[in-house]
Design a protein around this ligand. Structure first.
Ligand code: BES
Ligand code: ZN
Length: 444
């Protein structure tokens, strides 16, 4: 790998491009500007497309008739680095340790998308051109649901006319095992605010005579699941496509022990989840209701005898074929209203929503992806689904009419969204090879 690649990677990682927090708005713009400069310098025609949120970086080569047109997609935004005290080194000051780069975004998605960019760069340098027509779309809002990217695709659907999508924002099942993901879960979000008294109260003077909103919220949230982790919202599973025997069998033959991996990676005292499924089945093929945040009352040092006026929780649902996000949100609202304890009121705000995706890994394009993976990593590709979500992928199908090849480089222990996120240089280099291989594979 060339020396300057690491410097470029570090420069990209140093932008704290946290999309969910407005205080970083300028940093996202600077990060997008850096990408524009980089892509222009390798010979692509590049523009910064403003949106109501964070800008989109759009680059393309000169389109020639008769060539296949490929859309490569990634994101330059990252998740918040909190809690900061759990990082061994500051999240936006990348460091290399034992062949791994540590920083927020190291894997998700800066390392992965930069390896694509460098693959494109090397192909252009070697052949003075690319073997395909290329569109490269790198957005700044993936981690908050890609709210403005669908509009961009719609507005530019003619200019973006293409044959296939390539995305490197998914996982590898294990180190050295190239992986083609043919499914993603969808995700949809809501926030709950439970209100009791009009102000915070003295818990001695009022306690016992009014409902405590935190207790009420805890009781309400506890109605979401049974003791085995099955979601108790009426109708939640109605549209869920059962896991088929062939898929179960195929997953059992994969070169990893999913239960062992989850146990080791998470450090939980024991595995937990819906009865009748192993860990990868639970993650790849079953829907969930998760509480992502909860708050209310006194959080400072010592004690404070208070009954808070409010309590809040943030929830997301992971969706699988054939569930519909809007329907799940409606069912959840009905459930929450129906199970609300006495003495409090509830406000429910719905958030972002992105559908699931499922494609055929054995289609001609899927086979091309498997070829490229084999060429780049010298090993047969594993075929998996993913538990994570990339909201825009289903819109690539709806708006642009294309299927997407999910050929990611994230390792199970990459700590995406967690402290000490990391990416091995081995995968950075593998990603460069993979990009070159897939561009050749898709040429016609
Ligand atoms: N790269 C992830 C998605 C992912 C992770 C796919 C692991 C496959 C395996 C992506 O950047 C991400 O985190 N997406 C969010 C989307 C959400 C905020 C709308 C997610 O899944 O939580
Ligand atoms: Zn992510």
């Amino acid at each position: 790998m060339r020396d300057n690649y690491l410097e470029e990677y570090y420069s990209f990682l140093r932008f704290p491009s946290v999309s969910t927090d407005d205080q970083y708005k300028e940093k996202l713009e600077e990060c997008a500007g850096w990408l524009v400069e980089k892509l222009t310098s390798i010979g692509l025609q590049t523009q910064l497309v403003p949106t109501r949120g964070h800008p989109i970086v759009w680059a393309h080569n000169e389109q020639q008739s008769g060539r296949r047109t490929v859309l490569i997609y990634g994101h330059y935004d990252v998740q918040p680095p909190d809690p900061l005290e759990l990082w061994d080194s500051p999240p936006f000051e990348p460091v290399l340790k034992n062949g791994y780069v540590f920083a927020r975004g190291a894997t998700d998605n800066k390392g992965q998308i930069l390896s694509h960019i460098l693959g494109i760069q090397e192909t252009i340098e070697q052949h003075h051109d690319l073997p395909v027509n290329l569109h490269l779309v790198i957005e700044g809002e993936e981690e908050i649901g890609s709210a403005n990217l669908g509009g961009f695709l719609n507005e530019n659907r003619n200019a973006l006319k293409c044959d296939v999508g390539v995305v490197s924002d998914t996982g590898m099942i294990a180190r050295g095992v190239p992986t083609l993901s043919y499914g993603l879960r969808g995700v949809t979000a809501l926030e709950i605010k439970v209100t009791g008294p009009k102000v915070d109260l003295h818990s001695g003077v009022f306690g016992g005579a009014v409902a405590n909103p935190i207790t009420a919220l805890a009781q309400l949230l506890a109605t979401l699941h049974d003791r085995d982790g099955r979601v108790k919202i009426a109708g939640f599973y109605d549209r869920v496509k059962p896991l088929e025997d062939w898929e179960r069998e195929a997953w059992r033959k994969l070169p990893v022990d999913g239960d062992k991996l989850i146990r080791e990676e998470t450090g939980v005292p024991e595995l937990f989840g819906e009865a009748g499924y192993n860990s990868v089945e639970r993650i790849w093929a079953r829907p969930t209701a998760e509480i992502n945040g909860i708050g209310g009352g006194y959080q400072g040092k010592g004690t404070k005898t208070v009954i808070a006026s409010h309590a809040m929780a943030k929830l997301t649902f992971r969706l699988v074929p054939e569930q519909r996000g809007d329907e799940i949100l409606e069912l959840a609202e009905v459930h929450l209203q129906k199970n609300l304890p006495k003495g409090v009121t509830i406000e429910i705000t719905t958030g972002h929503s992105g559908p699931w995706y499922l494609t055929d890994p054995h289609s001609p394009l899927g086979e091309a992806a498997q070829h490229a993976l084999r060429n780049a990593f010298n090993r047969e590709a594993a075929l998996i689904r993913e538990g994570g979500s990339i909201p825009i992928v289903s819109q690539f199908r709806e708006i642009l009419g294309i299927e997407t090849l999910l050929m990611g480089l994230a390792l199970p222990d990459c700590r995406a969204h967690s402290p000490n996120e990391n990416f091995p240089l081995e995968n950075f280099e593998g990603g460069i090879r993979l990009n070159k291989a897939i561009l050749q594979e898709l040429a016609r």
